[in-house]
Design a protein around this ligand. Structure first.
Ligand SMILES: NC(=O)c1ccc[n+]([C@@H]2O[C@H](COP(=O)([O-])OP(=O)(O)OC[C@H]3O[C@@H](n4cnc5c(N)ncnc54)[C@H](O)[C@@H]3O)[C@@H](O)[C@H]2O)c1
Ligand SMILES: O=C/C=C/C=C(\O)C(=O)O
Length: 487
């Protein structure tokens, strides 16, 4: 198999990146573009052997990286950000070709955010501190010690953004990394390895292994030398990882799925509510945070629906490389089948497709709005991860909160209301890692980010990321004992 493929004019190495070297595997898997199903190339298919080699490289590189000063680590992270910024166009087109998300979003939002992930955690590292405190004259000093090799496992819906959201704080913390990107979108992780090497990151500090999760995953997550596992993905995979990590009690951070509500109160700015609701089709609905359950107060439900349909019907679906496109394809034919299965079962159970409800050829699925759905039905309770929203009505705050909280998830919630006090009252009762009021997806990386209930375990972001990626240590020093030998 060729070691390099050319994707939209960009050379991408298809091998693993282990200990500062490109490493091939005997087996490969085929990477397809969701845009037209074309074959992009054969990618190294790692298993336990590659997992072992990558963890060994991360373990060997750890002492020197952990001993590297904070300012030097921060400098290298900024150099990686520089490298990302220089290659934004290349990263954007490769990511779009590989996962089908909009090129215009990659160019203007996602890849700049990738660079920001590195800059933010580099800067936060330099500010990271904890004031000493006294206990009966003894000084308590808290330090943020590097923890060791980390295994980072990431999904396909925002591959490089979600990978670097973990890679950057782990490297900043002084940890070394084995990154396993999703098999449906393996390419930009390989480019990141090139960029990190060019930026001067020492060999073995960042390793990238490719392959199917079910083949390489266990060997990574059950490895005794791994000190942290951070995973973004689905709930069933998280359960497997937690079981595997239990062997060594390896600390886990889990960012999982959602079924987030978007609540529209009768006093809301209805055009704003409609804009926010239509935004939930972003990335063909393949966004963990998406507010896929529209909950609308009865008096405005009809008018909301009318305006929503008008706006959603004007969306342009098609090739994600086209600047005019609003919605691209779904990631994979299997994902398309899954989405359509959810919709057809919902319709069979009595739901009505106000718009969409069908495929549109290739891997494209029509943006769909379903009404007449029961609270305990599959379509309301389970994450679809496609351009499918449900609409339910409610009467009053109590019912709104009850419906909003009535799933096993708790990732995010959006509240649209013209009444500040209502926003506070309702927001205070919602079970969610993030609540947005009259906005959506406004992200500050110093905020805690994660999910409640089955949407996750733990929080990352700002100091919370360092809490996770560091071994915190408290050193208690007595006021006595100094003078005996040293006068
Ligand atoms: N909360 C968040 O921040 C967030 C962000 C994006 C996506 N998600 C969630 O991710 C899911 C979609 O992503 P997906 O379909 O790629 O998820 P997935 O769980 O199928 O796969 C995620 C990753 O896990 C790997 N994996 C699979 N089996 C494994 C195993 N046994 N051991 C170790 N690794 C294994 C895969 O190869 C992939 O890299 C959705 O549920 C979505 O909500 C959550
Ligand atoms: O699809 C999920 C998007 C998650 C977003 C983040 O993890 C983030 O903004 O840091």
């Amino acid at each position: 198999m060729p070691d390099n493929i050319t994707v939209a004019g960009v050379a991408v190495d298809t091998r693993h990146w282990i200990g500062g070297l490109r490493v091939a595997s005997a087996d490969t898997f085929t990477d397809h573009s969701p845009i037209d199903g074309s074959v992009l190339g054969e990618i190294a298919r790692g298993g336990p052997t590659e997992a072992e080699a990558a963890v060994a490289a991360a373990r060997d590189a750890f002492p020197a990286w952990a001993a590297t000063s904070r300012t030097e680590r921060a400098r290298i992270l900024h150099a990686i950000a520089d490298g990302v910024e220089k290659r934004i166009e290349e990263l954007a087109i490769v990511e779009t070709t590989d996962n089908g998300a909009l090129l215009r979003s990659h160019r203007r939002g996602v890849m700049p955010r990738v660079a920001h992930n590195f800059r933010f955690f580099a800067d936060w590292l330099l500010k990271l501190d904890h004031e000493d405190f006294e206990t009966r004259g003894h000084t308590n000093h808290v330090s943020w010690d590097p923890a060791g090799p980390c295994v980072l496992i990431t999904p396909w819906n925002a591959p490089l953004m979600l990978a670097t959201w973990k890679v950057a704080p782990a490297l900043a913390a002084g940890d070394t990394v084995v990154l396993k990107p999703a098999e449906w979108s393996p390419l930009t992780a390989s480019l990141l390895a090139d960029i990190a090497a060019e930026a001067g990151l020492p060999a073995g500090v960042l390793n990238v292994v490719q392959g199917y999760g079910f083949e390489i995953g266990d060997a990574l997550t059950s490895h005794p030398d791994v000190r942290r596992i951070s995973f973004t993905g689905s709930v069933p995979t998280a359960r497997r990882i937690a079981q595997s990590a239990a062997a060594n009690l390896t600390p886990l951070s889990l960012e999982l799925g959602g079924k987030s509500p978007l609540l529209v109160f009768a006093d809301a700015d209805l055009d704003l509510a409609v804009d926010l609701a239509v935004e939930q089709y972003d990335n063909a609905g393949q966004v963990c945070l998406a507010g896929t359950r529209l909950l609308v107060e009865e008096p405005v439900a009809e008018e909301f629906t009318r305006r929503f349909v008008a706006k959603a019907s004007a969306l342009t679906q098609g090739d994600p490389r086209d600047e005019a496109t609003d919605i691209g394809p779904t990631i994979h034919s299997r994902q398309l089948e899954k989405i359509d299965g959810f919709v057809q079962r919902a319709v069979a159970a009595g739901a009505r497709a106000v718009i969409g409800g069908h495929r549109k050829g290739g891997q494209y699925y029509a943006p769909t709005l379903l009404t007449d759905v029961a609270q305990d039905s599959e379509i309301v309770q389970e994450e679809v991860f496609g351009p499918v929203l449900t609409l339910q009505t409610f009467a009053g705050e109590d019912e709104a909160v009850r419906l909003a909280n009535d799933t096993r998830f708790g990732l995010a919630a959006t509240v649209v209301t013209g009444d500040r006090e209502r926003a506070e009252r309702v927001g205070g009762q919602l079970v969610a890692g993030t609540v947005w009021v009259n906005c959506f997806f406004v992200r500050d990386l110093q905020a805690p980010f994660g999910g409640s209930r089955q949407s996750g375990v733990g929080r990352e972001g700002g100091t919370w990321s360092f809490d996770f990626y560091c071994d915190l240590k408290n050193t208690v020093t007595a006021p006595k004992g100094w003078d005996q030998n040293h006068g």
